[in-house]
Design a protein around this ligand. Structure first.
Ligand SMILES: Nc1nc2c(ncn2[C@@H]2O[C@H](COP(=O)(O)OP(=O)(O)OP(=O)(O)O)[C@@H](O)[C@H]2O)c(=O)[nH]1
Ligand SMILES: [Mg+2]
Length: 222
């Protein structure tokens, strides 16, 4: 049951998806924290049907701050490993198990999922993801196939796992963690995962993608 792993699930208005995610997750994982970013729909009601800890932000603070809430909770409660997973059903529980098995095996560093097959993504997302990953590889001299993947797990004693992105840049935190980890010599493992697309689009737009590209250069230089 992955006793030393805390799984943090991030939600913001996920009433249609969160029950399915938690139903499957509760069968495999014992320690589950849902960080809810002030959902305005029935997400909280759905979460209350499951034996999980839930922290509800009083204001919407963006995904990166939910990740910080999860890290604080994991540290206070002495977990060894912290896994991040989206609450919108875009990551499968069997992939979550795979990355957790990997970290329990290697014990240190960061394990990131990578979407092997991007054909399910719309053209804009597919091209944007490929460009970001290519430029990243050139700049950081390491091939990471999916720098922004939200499905990841790390040893919480790993000092290089940190991020500043918040507010409008709240989607950048996963990429920033990857950049910091590489810059600071953290061991990174990559595990192929399924690409599950959602029925709605909430992620980054083209402008944010360009902004992230600039930030990847900035993080490399400073
Ligand atoms: N949009 C948004 N999502 C948040 C926030 N806080 C937590 N989340 C959750 O973070 C996860 C990822 O957000 P998404 O908007 O789906 O981002 P994405 O998966 O990169 O984009 P899509 O491919 O369009 O789904 C989801 O489970 C959200 O519910 C927030 O403040 N805004
Ligand atoms: Mg999503």
């Amino acid at each position: 049951m992955f006793d030393s792993v805390l799984v943090a699930v991030f939600t913001y208005n996920e009433e249609n998806k969160i029950s399915e995610v938690l139903e499957k997750m509760c069968k495999k994982f014992k320690n589950i924290l849902v960080v809810d970013n002030n959902s305005q729909d029935n997400t909280l009601k759905r979460i209350s049907n499951y034996p999980v800890k839930c922290i509800h932000h009083k204001y919407n603070l963006g995904k990166s701050n939910s990740m910080k809430t999860a890290l604080d909770y994991a540290r206070i409660n002495n977990f060894e490993y912290l896994a991040f997973i989206d609450g919108d059903g875009q990551h499968s529980i069997s992939d979550l198990e795979k990355i957790c098995n990997k970290i329990l095996d290697i014990k240190n560093g960061l394990v990131i999922g990578f979407r092997e097959d991007l054909t399910n993504l719309n053209l804009k997302k597919r091209i944007g993801t490929k460009i970001l990953n290519k430029i990243f590889t050139l700049l950081y001299k390491k091939k990471i196939s999916d720098i922004q993947c939200g499905l990841r797990v790390f040893n919480i004693s790993e000092k290089s796992i940190k991020w500043e992105s918040s507010g409008l840049q709240h989607y950048f935190a996963d990429a920033e963690i990857t950049c910091n980890a590489i810059k600071n010599g953290c061991q990174i493992s990559q595990i192929p995962i399924q690409t599950i697309t959602s029925d709605k689009f909430k992620g980054m737009n083209i402008l944010q993608g360009l902004y992230l590209l600039i930030m990847i250069v900035v993080w490399r230089v400073f």
